[in-house]
Design a protein around this ligand. Structure first.
Ligand code: SAM
Length: 444
């Protein structure tokens, strides 16, 4: 019997991205179904399903080496078949969720073959900073630019140099105070508490009154909201040294505390009612929406310390420069101080696939960060029309033309792209660049 699921459900169930599942379909590795279980060639809006049994069987074969994700013409090593999830998300790469990243092993593969320690590399679409982190591990200097300020903040938190013991103490203290505050807010008990119960309620009311975000008031249970607001208040008012790291930890915990079904963390449509069970397609049972944030703060506190400690052991003295700005116009002269960039390794956004600011809308709301959605190249909101494709060509070639002034002559530029519309020959031409080699890889 078939177990029909949406692409998002399939992706969640097998720990892949929706993009991966779509790719398996496009390459004919698994079939497309309608909700009635009939094989189809074209799905009506919202009606596309895949068979989870078929998908699992296919992935099992791949894991055993009896099947390829795709047929011939693909680079054997670049599929990274069988690479464990913990390797793909090693150390700081999983400090905060980010949709649309490439795996660190892909970066390592190219950097180790085409660049040397001491080189200066650029990622004009830095995203969550994967290239910068791997370049540093390999002794290469790295500059990254992103138009989304929250991406910039994620990368700063990932790449900052920490006194790990100090960071650990701050993280644990923030957790302990928030737990205590929340307990006192729910069950006032001045004798047993760090806080005076009246103060807790006064402060909680103040924090709630000062919260003007409809998003925050809608997507969180009351207890979760109080915990989030208090943790943010602590970061703002306490003497923590590593505030940026605490902000990223809070944002990650907050994402996991939204009133959303477990099977729809990436693209939730509307909040679930507080305290009402729902049928969870991920766990195949009734689940309750989460009503607090402290559970997640606890889980991610331990995890954050482990991750920064591991990267601390691996990092080299090479420089890392994350920057916030538009890669078509940003001035890199203050950073470069007369030096030239050796090469580019980057994955640009693809046409009409992801709204990069929007994937972190909860963080933009929490920290009240200004947004630059209109400067994003190829956003999902612009669609995939001919017009959107032309805007994409103009955008990416605008970046490459601008960055050329900072590059050495004959620099190698590696762009990881799902060029579904075949736009890169035009982009190369419009940028005055030559495509010298293409590597085709399976998206695993
Ligand atoms: C595919 S993602 C990069 C992911 C990255 N390789 C990683 O592993 O995390 C593309 C990024 O380009 C950024 N971007 C889009 N338009 C931009 C622009 N005009 N200037 C700089 N960055 C831009 C988006 O915000 C997004 O983070």
């Amino acid at each position: 019997m078939k177990h029909l699921v949406t692409l998002q459900e399939a992706a969640d169930a097998v720990n892949k991205t929706v993009h991966n599942i779509r790719d398996y379909i496009q390459r004919g590795r698994i079939a497309k179904y309608n909700p009635q279980g009939e094989v189809i060639t074209r799905a009506k809006n919202g009606e596309l399903r895949v068979d989870l049994h078929e998908l699992r069987a296919f992935l099992n074969l791949v894991a055993q080496g009896d099947e390829n994700h795709h047929h011939d013409g693909l680079h054997a090593e670049l599929g990274f078949y069988g690479l464990a999830e913990r390797e793909r998300t090693k150390h700081v790469h999983r400090l905060h969720p980010y949709l649309g990243k490439f795996i660190p092993q892909l970066v390592e593969w190219f950097l180790s073959r085409y660049f040397q320690p001491g080189d200066i590399l650029l990622d004009p679409f830095m995203g969550s900073g994967t290239m910068l982190i791997q370049a540093n591990e390999m002794g290469m200097h790295a500059i990254g630019v992103d138009i989304s300020e929250f991406c910039y903040r994620i990368v700063c938190a990932k790449t900052q140099q920490y006194d790990v013991e100090k960071a650990r103490q701050e993280i644990l203290r923030a957790e302990r105070l928030t737990r205590e505050f929340s307990r006192n807010w729910q069950y006032p008990s001045p004798q047993l508490s760090l806080f005076d119960a009246d103060n807790v309620h006064t402060l909680a009311n103040q924090l709630l009154e000062q919260c003007h975000s409809d998003y925050m008031k809608t997507w969180f249970a009351p207890r979760a909201l109080v915990e989030i607001l208090y943790y943010r208040h602590l970061i703002e008012t306490d003497t923590f040294v590593y505030k940026d790291l605490l902000n990223i930890l809070l944002s990650r915990a907050m994402r996991s505390s939204r009133l959303v079904p477990h099977y729809d963390l990436a693209t939730p449509k509307q909040p679930l009612p507080v305290g009402v069970e729902y049928w969870c397609r991920k766990h195949n049972r009734m689940c309750l929406p989460i009503d607090n944030c402290i559970t997640k703060i606890h889980a991610y506190s331990q995890d954050t310390v482990r991750r920064i400690a591991t990267f601390n052991q691996l990092r080299t003295s090479a420089q890392i420069y994350p920057l916030h700005g538009d890669s078509r116009t940003i001035d890199l002269t203050p950073i470069l101080q007369g030096r030239k960039i050796t090469g580019i390794f980057s994955s640009p956004p693809y046409v009409g696939q992801i709204d990069y600011h929007d994937q972190h809308n909860y963080a933009y709301e929490l920290f009240n960060i200004p947004r630059n959605d209109d400067l994003e190249i190829g956003p999902k909101s612009n669609g995939k029309s001919k017009r959107a494709q032309q805007a994409y060509i103009d955008g990416i070639s605008g970046v490459l033309r601008h960055m050329k002034q900072y590059l050495i002559d004959d620099a190698n530029i590696f762009l990881v792209a799902n060029d579904a519309f075949g736009l890169y020959p035009q982009i190369a031409q419009a940028s005055g660049l030559k495509i010298v080699e293409e590597f085709h890889r399976a998206v695993t």
